[in-house]
Design a protein. Sequence first.
Length: 705
Amino acid sequence: MSGVQRMGVKVEVGERAIRVENALFTLELDLVGGSYSVTWRDGAELVGAQSAYRLTDGATVTTADYAEHRADAGAVLDVEDAIGGRGVRITVVHVAAKDGEGEGESEGESEGRGGKPVCRQQFTVYESQPFLTVGVELEGADGGDIETNYVAPVLAGDPVGGAARLGLPEGHELRGLLVPFDNDKWVRYESVPMPGALESYEATTIYDPQSRKGLVLGSITHDTWKTGLKLSSAVAGRMDAVEAYGGAAGELTRDTIPHGAVKGKTVSSPVIFLGSYEDYRDGLEAFGRANAAVKPALPWEHGMPFGWNSWSAVADKLDYDVYVQTSDFLRSLKDGGFENDGVVYVNFDSFWTSLSENQLRQAVKHVNGNGQKAGIYWTPFAFWGQDPNVEVEGTDGRYTYADLLLRDWEGNVLPDLDGGLAIDPTHPGNLMRTDYHLNRFVEWGYEYVKLDFLGHGALEGKHYDPSVHTGIQAYNLGMDYICRTLAPERIGRPFHINLSIAPIFPHGYGHSRRISCDAFGTLADTEYMLNSLTYGWWMNNTLYRFNDPDHTVLYKSFNQDATSCHEGRSRLNASIIAGTVLLLGDDFRQEEARTRASEWLANEKLLSLARLGRTFVPVESGTGSGASNVFMLREGERIVLAVFNFDNTAPAQVRIPLERLGVEVGTSIVFLETDFWGGDFHDGKEEILVSIEVLESTLFELIIL
């Protein structure tokens, strides 16, 4: 075996194996059996992994099923990129027949014998990163096309010895994280104890909540596939099966038909990120940065939005008067300090269509006259009408909605999702419709749009554009068209794009994304939203410039009873720590709503924290589908803590060990006298004790000496 040091990575290539080593792990590529293993210095490992695919007319084939596994000339290349810096990329080729078999055949014909495409695995190892990436490219035999809706860069299963381990001490708990595909239907993240099984989407972590040690896996390319990540364990302390594949489709992706099949002379899998971290939270943040390196967040060089949104306040009772009255009240709040960079947004949600065009124009003038910006709402990929044979607006009679609706491969309209039928993003009538609505918004003077029910645009189906084979390809096309239509260089001003019910990935199409589904003002709403923050904080300023915690209801929403002061303040605190788009959600014609807003939002220290646009990090993971009750933001020697009591019947005493905050036991701590809300805090040599009332939460800060 010959070895060489390249780009800070040691590579040894032999006839039977390739060994790739950096300072943090070793990758072993088996050229006899067609598998690979990764062993990290911290004791974590993934063993006996293969790659696999399934052609539409065949069974699942793994790399171990090939006759030959080789590294051709030029198999090791230097790389330097934004994902991980300096490193090397190694390509292993799996072919169906050894060279020389099939006399008289060309090399390509020989490699294609047996109907198997050529399978190329690409591994990228960086000089100083604890992660690698792995992807697969399939090439049709004899230059022909291949078709598949399943490609798995990672497929590891060992019921005897385990496929993945963290190297945990005896008695430590192993969990897997279920990351939902989107934020529809009040879905939750879930920390699943092992032994057990789960399927996550686009990202997951295998971790120990006590030590925080964890493996992080997920896709960093989102141009074609919905990526599923399956974990299963029958024995404590290990995963017996790990699978990362392109082609996920089912209830949680909102699909009613299988994932679309990708066809071509070559087909590429999603690229999978695989890393081991002493703290799984660091790993998820690194995963977010890797995704942002491949596709950056949609740029936003302005302040984090403060303002109001109509849905939780008045829902379908929205009219011109409540909109302008709210604008007038927010002007008084702005005078008291509720603004960011001098900007406050006043946003229409659904049912703005009940206003006339003249009222919509006048609403913008009124809002602008109060020194504010106007926002509006649209669902680009969903049809809500009863009769699909009506003309599509903006198409001059060329199309009806029946033309635009997404169908299965037999021509049947897909079942409704959330009460709406899916529109094909690739249909020319939909692009004309997009131009019509967005250009009107711009011409009327709006500067913010909430795009809702975007998951309809990512459903699997038969698309008008024959080059589009999957829901993700269609979603990329539709969202890219929206962003180009609203681009500042085109319209001459910034226009904030907020994504509401939407897939997490593909990203890069919104300045902000709602981190959960609808969350109003109750303690249950707060805990639900914080479940999403507990496991999705890392998307803030990586995938999206801001997380959006949804309606910040201080008093009551249209569909709920009034909340207590503690409950309303907990909702505000939860919004502040999310990162965060701070849009109020009350009907300020109600006196108590005005009182709470006037008093609480005059707290300049609180608003300054919100203006940072930084998300707090969970101190602990939740249990099952619950949320963490302690979050922290650290800036040098300053720590801001947010503590919640989710019990609606009894006060709580929350103990926070200093070492869980990254503070050395015995360190002196000073609680700052100017707290955000005040509270009862006690510090000892090893922990902080926080006493909070029923439904209460608090924010406080401390200095480490």
